[in-house]
Design a protein around this ligand. Structure first.
Ligand code: HEM
Length: 142
């Protein structure tokens, strides 16, 4: 019995929510926020928020990750988030900064590693060839 329950806990059905849908929940009747690609329904939390409801309204129906992090919320605040979680942000709507930027950084640092070596090596090879050519030229002409 316990085992089958564990299995269910391990495979939760992920509810994906599009940004388009999040955007429609921007009123006091229904306030949704996106923080770190997760969607939270904070309608019932508005009045309880120690930072005031206005700041939450400003971000309503949008991505509040930056503002949330700028405030430097405590781990208690992060724990509180969990109870308002309603789903994951649709993969297609996720911010490029989180995933792609990391990818770009790694790719570009990789490519710069290569170009950092290849370009000087190539240039040195050409200079060497030219020097050899110059030596044979001067030798044959004298
Ligand atoms: C569901 C999301 C949020 C939760 C659960 C939450 C929770 C909390 C909690 C528990 C505090 C008390 C201090 C602490 O424990 O860190 C706090 C303070 C604060 N929050 Fe939030 N917060 C949320 C979203 C936001 C957002 C999006 C903003 C946007 C600007 C914000 C702005 C603030 C500010 C300015 C304070 C400081 C209040 C003060 O020190 O007087 N919060 N929040």
């Amino acid at each position: 019995m316990g085992e089958s329950k564990d299995k269910i806990d391990c495979e939760p059905t992920v509810n994906y929510i599009t940004m388009e849908e999040v955007k429609t929940h921007n009123s006091s009747k229904s306030t949704w926020l996106v923080i770190h690609d997760k969607v939270y329904d904070v309608t019932k939390f508005l009045e309880e928020h120690p930072g005031g409801e206005e700041v939450l309204f400003e971000q309503a129906g949008g991505d509040a990750t930056e503002s949330f992090e700028d405030v430097g919320h405590s781990s208690d605040a992060r724990e509180m988030l969990k109870q308002y979680f309603i789903g994951e942000l649709d993969l297609a709507d996720r911010r490029k900064e989180n995933s792609k930027d990391v990818l770009i950084t790694t790719t570009s640092s990789h490519s710069s590693w290569w170009t950092n070596w290849l370009i000087p090596a190539f240039a040195a090879g050409i200079v060497g060839l030219m020097y050899r050519f110059y030596l044979t030229e001067t030798k044959s002409s004298s």
